[in-house]
Design a protein. Structure first.
Length: 110
């Protein structure tokens, strides 16, 4: 057992939110200029506030869907989302075992 009382490594679900930054004026833009770090912090805090302890929400590097972000991917299924103030409550519900919030799936056709 590790210091946090866990007997096996890993999480039931694992969410990554892109926190990548590119120089101003770059062609692809970046998620951090679309407030991704603040959104990630809110997502993480709201998850903890719900008492969901078997998941992890954390910052990632570029997830390579820069134009469509701010980008979030949640494993184990590898579901991709656009994270916004509006999507965070649904993403937290999803981590809690709720339905896939399909209305916030990342749309790369726009
Ligand atoms: S900068 Fe966020 S996906 Fe590339």
């Amino acid at each position: 057992m590790d210091p946090k009382g866990r007997e096996v490594a890993g999480y039931r679900m694992h969410a990554f939110v892109c926190g990548h930054t590119r120089p101003e004026g770059s062609v692809r833009g970046c998620c951090s200029e679309k407030n991704s770090l603040e959104l990630m912090r809110k997502f993480k805090l709201d998850t903890k506030a719900k008492g969901i302890h078997d998941v992890r929400v954390q910052k990632s590097g570029c997830l390579d869907f820069c134009e469509n972000g701010p980008t979030c991917v949640i494993y184990p299924n590898g579901d991709w989302f656009k994270i916004t103030d509006e999507s965070i409550p649904k993403l937290v519900e999803f981590l809690q075992g709720g339905q896939l919030p399909s209305e916030y799936l990342l749309d790369i056709t726009v």
